[in-house]
Design a protein around this ligand. Sequence first.
Ligand code: PMP
Length: 330
Amino acid sequence: MYYYMDFATVIRRIEAAGPRHRLDIGDPDLPPPPELLEALGRVGDMRYGPPEGLQAFREAVASIFGVDPGEVVAVAGGRHGLAALMWIFRKRRLLTTRPYYPGYFEIANVFDIPLGFVETGDGWVPQFAERGVYVVNYPNNPTGAVLPRHKVKELVDVAEFIISDEIYRDISFVEFTSPLELSPNVAVVYSFSKVFSVPGLRLGVVIAPRDVAREVARFNKATINVPPTHAQRAIASVIDILPKRREEVSAAYRRRAELAERLLRLPFVKPGGAFYLFPRVSEGCFDKALAAGVSVLPGELYGRGGHVRIALVEPEEQLAEAFSVLNEVC
Ligand code: PMP
């Protein structure tokens, strides 16, 4: 069924149905930190800034990640950083794992870049054997998988370069290893959308070797000129709240994943992080669940039919109600 492949069509169908439980898009329901909202209210300076980001912002992020400010470039959200990096490496063999985040597919399509796939087996763990430039995402959307350290080593050993989408790195329930810990040939894409529940703010960073970082700044200049400066100023001024916020959001999403392990009677791999479940389901689950008031997303959008993606973006009590509907119809 072709219409399943088109994200916008699926979302239009969901909106027309007006379900009681919206567990489709990954829009965090936890409120943003009040310190950040106050800081955003205080920022009066909205002039242009440099395409690589304000120095104060780059220094604040560099201090948290333990890197050099020259390796940090501000971008207008994680997706913008991914687009920059996929464009920079467009002439190389680009590979990603399947199921995949549909954003990679959309970016590759817009730039007309071929994208190869590496299939994942049990527990959504791939075998990394082919040489190339990898786009990987752990903790993973849609599966919640986190690679054990020996697998990250396997990846680093075969990859010519790694674009590591670490948008969910703050939401881990198991030990998370970034490829950046094992290799210098890595660009990390990070975003404040999920950790601070502010996807509309459009701010993220790329952390990369200086030559790649300079190319990302060039992409900024060509596409958006300057990443949002008020957001950079506000986030730089409250960067100290990040470690505590990580703990809080990880704990909240972990409780929801544990609730699913107790209540949801569909087969799924226990997530190691992020806030998604990717269970195997019976035919027609998406439609039946939508008709019964619960929206999820069809696995076809992620390159894997026979599954749906459930975003854990409601409080526990409401999730429990949605799980019982899914148990019934899927
Ligand atoms: N990568 C992954 C895997 C995501 O799930 C998302 C958001 N759903 C993004 C990147 C982009 O997030 P943003 O552009 O808001 O930072």
